[in-house]
Design a protein around this ligand. Structure first.
Ligand SMILES: [Zn+2]
Length: 386
């Protein structure tokens, strides 16, 4: 009864999304494919840290994923049955604690990749766990066995479906766990410390959805198409790397812990530009991991060079935001010269841009910066060194 009223609200949202073209026509919930019920304040009781749902005399037996902060009482509880047969309960609380960390000066640029999941401008590389690859064979076998069962109502079909769903859940869990550990861990000795050790983190604003799209898809932007996978294996690797979730977590955790996340324009050619002299090479295929600059002769690791460029571009954005001159970025590094930062506008790019979400304020800002740099006309590599 109580969560019925909530269901009406959800249906309203579903139809609003449908009529504004954001979503497909709402579907009925499937009996076996899980589903969720939301309980508002009147529909549950919170007592001694335990949840009593409406009409239940026994509390829910919950295995907590983490401790709730003392004090706040949940306002909404969502009970969900996942396709893998696992029940989960999520509680919405109003957390008023101040989690902000002490301000520090360190800045870092992060390049996201597949060979190594991320490379920082300090030269640190984090391995890609490749969670999907580890279970891919198992998943394929289970999926094949499911495809062989024609009767969708049979018990054997149900068992095979559950098996597939469980493998998917396992992949999802390990992926999410790894991403959480990468962004922030409460334990100060944990090896990965992006949020803890850096005040400013600069990442590329990647359109992961476009990168996973097929090359021939007309909606794919010109540059995304250039970067887009030639085959489904690369698309799978991009999906498995979980970049989108990583950036999303960095975004909200930066806000929680009082850090700054800067997203720079995805069209900024971070890999092709020499971080020493600013010379941009014409082409740099994905299989080239190390290269020598034809101008100044310095030897570059592809990812580290890219992350240094990303950091410089980010400090430029930050400086513009603060209204300070951008000539010298922090650490004595010279800012990026953006003479050829944007590719030529083309029809397909514009078409693709329309499909994408509206740019975030950061992306907009970095675009403005690149335009200013372009009109400023600092083109020669000699000026770069100044
Ligand atoms: Zn160079």
């Amino acid at each position: 009864m109580y969560h019925c009223s909530k269901a009406v609200v959800h249906l309203q949202t579903a139809f609003t999304n449908f009529f504004s073209g954001r979503a497909k026509y709402p579907n009925f919930k499937k009996k076996r494919n899980g589903g969720s019920a939301e309980f508002t304040k009147a529909a549950f009781r919170w007592q001694d840290g335990q949840v009593y749902l409406a009409k239940c005399s026994q509390p829910l037996s919950i295995r907590w994923s983490r401790q709730l902060p003392p004090g706040p009482v949940p306002t909404t509880i969502t009970v969900r049955l996942e396709p893998s047969g696992r029940w989960s309960v999520s509680l919405r609380i109003n957390d008023t604690r101040d989690l902000k960390l002490k301000q520090i000066l360190k800045q870092v640029g992060v390049d996201l990749g597949i060979a190594s999941l991320l490379t920082t401008s300090d030269g640190e590389k984090v391995a890609n766990p490749k969670n999907l690859q580890k279970l891919h064979k198992k998943l394929r076998l289970a999926q094949k066995s499911l495809d062989r069962k024609p009767d969708k109502k049979s018990n054997n079909y149900y068992k095979a479906r559950l098996k597939v769903a469980k493998i998917h859940a396992q992949i999802k869990d390990s992926r999410l766990d790894y991403t959480h550990k990468l962004t922030y861990v409460a334990n100060p000795t944990a090896p990965l410390r992006l949020i803890r050790e850096n005040q400013t983190i600069v990442v590329e604003d990647l359109a992961v959805k476009n990168m996973v799209k097929k090359r021939c898809d007309p909606a794919t932007t010109l540059v995304a198409r250039e970067r887009a996978p030639r085959d489904h294996k690369l698309a799978r690797a991009i999906s498995d790397a979980n970049w989108g979730e990583l950036v999303r977590q960095l975004e909200y955790k930066a806000e929680w812990y009082g850090r700054e996340l800067i997203k720079i324009d995805r069209y900024f050619p971070s890999s092709k530009r020499c971080s020493n002299c600013g010379h941009a090479v014409e082409k740099l295929p994905l299989n080239i991991r190390e290269w020598d600059c034809p101008e100044c002769g310095s030897h570059h690791d592809r990812d580290i060079n890219a992350s240094i460029n990303i950091l410089r571009m980010g400090t430029r954005v930050a400086d513009r935001r603060k209204g300070t001159p951008t000539k010298k970025a922090a650490g004595g590094a010279v800012s990026v010269c953006g003479a050829t930062v944007r590719p030529e506008e083309s029809k397909s790019r514009q078409a693709g841009a329309m499909k994408q979400k509206a740019p975030t304020s950061d992306a907009r800002e970095s675009r403005a910066v690149s335009r200013i740099a372009a009109s400023g006309g600092c083109q020669s590599s000699a000026e770069w060194r100044k």
